[in-house]
Design a protein around this ligand. Structure first.
Ligand code: AMP
Length: 424
């Protein structure tokens, strides 16, 4: 093999695309029901957009971005996440002028230079929503309900919703100091990354995956207890809404999410059907982000769900069988003289709205019938010397095995009739 796909990327082959489509279609349908509209933004953006919004000390920005200088000398980054681009588009296109809450959804690839392993890739794909323009906790509840509905609709069980509040610019600095105070006595026992986090981004110590750090930070102060009045009221209201909607959740004081722009609500959906990378998706509120990106102060909330991880769980739970795609009609051409009329027939059938296929490898009749079987065709049309001479086609019902001559001019309507359910 001369070429291989780049490390950490996947080819999504025809055996898998029906499942991918089912995932995406389910998400699109639900977004429609919840009043979200699709937005598509470029694959790359100015690097600064991500550095500013996600925070330069986050893992993604400091270690994982695919960044390059283009021929015009601009610093460009392949999008490592979907929120900042959507918010940039919201501000740039003045979507606020449409009034109300902008409810947007997207399906996008993301790029992160991570160490590849099961469920973690350098190109991954996300389903996401952003609801921009309200700080009402009912919107948080709606966004979370949509994510959970999606998994339920796909039949995915064995998951749980983990919830926390990461506070706001008023109360978070206070908590950050409390956390530093707590960790100060054992900071040298933490991993190197956490020692850096201690200085630059202490909340991120809380979701370090290393056993040693987890143990040391197990009894860290609870952020919920440090929340200001406004953040606490918001969190309580959201919990009451989730309870009323019968959406179960667990509060985890260690859940902080990776990016700096989160405020108040943070949530993650995890599954024990996944390995070490157990997060199916996550999201949260970002009430300062629109302003950070250059718009007027505008609150927002959203989530991103990993498609690859949803598919891993679907397979793990035995829910990945997609319906086999079959063709309606197979056209068997016997001999070179039959090729052109067969091609015309094929075209007529397709233009009449049927799926139709023929052989392009000069197979024998037996070989073509085998192919018709393999493609699951309901009807096979045969065109040989005799049929050509008489201006007819042999129509064979592949289920009943009945066959008859049909005049060429009448083939399409007769096939349509034969494909009707009462003939099935
Ligand atoms: P994040 O915003 O980083 O929490 O990403 C949201 C979701 O996207 C995660 O829970 C994963 O399901 C998925 N995801 C993020 N990064 C990757 C990756 N490198 N490979 C596969 N899936 C990913």
């Amino acid at each position: 093999m001369r070429y291989q796909r780049p490390r950490g990327t996947n080819d999504i082959l025809p055996d898998d695309t029906p499942l991918w489509n089912r995932v995406e279609e389910t998400f699109r349908t639900l977004c429609k029901h919840y009043g979200y509209h699709e937005i598509r933004t470029p694959i790359f953006e100015d690097t600064d957009l991500f550095t500013r919004s996600m925070g330069e000390h986050t893992d993604v920005v400091s270690k994982e971005m695919y960044t390059f200088t283009d021929r015009g000398g601009r610093l460009i980054t392949l999008k490592p996440e979907g929120t900042a681009p959507v918010v940039r588009a919201y501000v740039e296109n003045n979507l606020a002028a449409q009034g109300g809450v902008s409810k947007l959804y997207y399906i996008t690839p993301i790029f992160r230079y991570e160490r590849p392993q099961a469920g973690r890739y350098r190109q991954a794909h996300q389903l996401g929503v952003e609801a921009i323009g309200s700080q009402h906790p009912a919107l948080d509840a709606e966004v979370i309900a949509l994510a959970m509905h999606f998994y339920r609709e796909m039949g995915i069980t064995r998951l749980s919703l983990v919830l926390n509040s990461v506070g706001c610019p008023v109360c978070r600095p206070v908590y950050r100091e409390r956390l530093r105070e707590f960790a100060k006595p054992f900071v040298h026992e933490l991993c190197d990354a956490c020692q850096t986090r201690f200085d630059l981004n202490p909340l991120r110590m809380l979701d370090c995956k290393r056993e040693r750090c987890r143990t040391l930070l197990h009894d860290a102060p609870d952020i919920i207890e440090s929340l200001c009045e406004e953040c606490r009221t918001h969190f309580d209201a959201l919990r009451a809404y989730l309870d009323a909607l019968q959406i179960p959740y667990v509060v985890d004081k260690h859940l902080v999410r990776g990016f700096d722009y989160y405020t108040k609500t943070a949530f993650e959906i995890v599954s024990d059907a996944l390995g070490a990378q157990n997060a199916l998706g996550g999201g949260g509120r970002y009430d300062g982000l629109v302003e950070e990106i250059g718009g007027p102060p505008t609150p927002g909330i959203g989530f991103a769900l990993g498609i690859e991880r949803a598919i891993i769980v679907l397979k793990e739970l035995g829910l990945a069988q997609a319906k086999r795609e079959t063709v309606d009609v197979f056209v068997a051409a016997l001999g070179e003289d039959a090729t052109l009329p067969a091609l015309q027939l094929l075209q007529a059938l397709r233009e009449a709205g049927m799926s139709a296929e023929m052989d392009y490898q000069r197979r024998s009749l037996k070989g073509q019938m085998k192919l018709a079987d393999r493609l699951g065709s309901r009807i096979t049309l045969m065109l040989g010397e005799e049929e050509l001479a008489q201006g007819v086609v042999t129509l064979r019902d592949m289920v009943t095995k009945e066959q008859r001559f049909v005049p060429v001019d009448d083939v399409v309507p007769q096939v349509i009739r034969a494909l009707q359910p009462e003939h099935a």
